[in-house]
Design a protein around this ligand. Structure first.
Ligand code: ATR
Length: 284
């Protein structure tokens, strides 16, 4: 198994998957491969020839990989990006496990999105995966707020046309933020603001948005507790870091490749392992 992308040096996926292989006593290994765009097709053909079980895809190949696949899941097609490929009988099957990773992490925290109002900050690739999954799982309304309004509009149309008519969009300004967060249940930061090394930044600096005690999530996992989450906790909100999503999207890929269920307690052990890892390695 492996990971293709550029860069791949800082990925924790090899540690996660090799630990899972050890746990399930599988005679497999997971390796990171730096792949340049011009070589993508050659690498995919080589993986097929070598009977690789499956691989993850990261920046910049998540969209380009699609043209080489024999089959793509409906969710990945809607999102327009694939992060997991399974190779079976020389055929390539594409999936996107990011949304599922987020949802499993949310469920672990005791949240069920059915009927809830959600505010998403950002409209990039991660927001796409999360918004599509939230709509599929029955969120009552999804507000997409982004610095560039146009990108938020495109994502809103995607959700409303392909999944369910639940999304609206707007700019990420102070007034709009306060307005939309008044009666929301969950706020999710999908922007990169606050990520290492810019840990003193936050996508929002206003305590007003936490007034009604929404559940506050950040997709950033380095640092584990972003300034945004710290502010939310100071205002008595429950919070969720991006680490759970990171581990669960990997676990979901591992399950697809090996046709096994990873029990929740094993995934939780992995999450705890990586909490310690990131605490000791802030900035990796
Ligand atoms: P990813 O795949 O991780 O989602 P991305 O597709 O590059 O990454 O998306 C990054 C998101 O963070 C975008 O929504 C971006 O806003 P724009 O669409 O306006 O570019 C948002 N973002 C990045 N830096 C930001 C900043 N300083 N303030 C507000 N939003 C920011």
């Amino acid at each position: 198994m492996g990971l293709i992308g550029n860069p791949v040096e800082h990925s924790i996926s090899p540690q996660l998957h090799n630990n899972l292989c050890k746990h399930f006593d599988l005679n497999l290994a997971y390796l990171p491969f730096r792949v340049y765009s011009d070589d993508l097709f050659t690498v995919v053909e080589a993986f097929k020839a070598l009977d690789v079980v499956g691989f993850n895809i990261t920046i910049p190949h998540k969209v380009d990989i699609i043209k080489y696949l024999d089959n793509v899941s409906e969710e990945a097609l809607i999102i327009g990006a694939v992060n997991t490929v399974r190779i079976k009988d020389k055929k390539l099957f594409g999936y996107n496990t990011d949304g599922q990773g987020f949802m499993r992490s949310l469920r672990d925290a005791g949240m069920d999105v059915k009927g809830l109002k959600v505010v998403i900050l950002g409209a990039g690739g991660a927001a796409r995966a999360v918004a599509v999954k939230l709509a599929q799982e029955g969120a009552n309304s999804i507000v997409i707020l982004n610095r560039s309004k146009e990108k938020a509009r495109i994502l809103t149309e995607l959700v409303n046309n392909r999944v369910k008519e639940v999304a609206v969009f707007d700019e990420m300004t102070k007034d709009k933020l306060i307005g939309y967060t008044q009666d929301c249940n969950i706020i999710i930061n999908t922007t990169s603001v606050g990520m290492w090394p810019e840990i003193d930044k936050s996508p929002i600096e206003m305590a007003e948005i936490f007034e009604n005690r929404p559940f506050v999530c950040d997709l950033i996992y380095n640092p584990i507790k972003t300034k945004f989450l710290k502010n939310a906790e100071e205002n008595s909100c429950k919070t969720l870091s991006g680490l759970g999503m990171l581990i669960y999207q990997g676990v979901s890929a591992f399950e697809i490749w090996n046709e096994i269920n990873v029990p929740d307690n094993i995934t939780k052990q992995m999450i705890n392992k990586f909490v310690d890892f990131f605490k000791g390695n802030e900035g990796i």
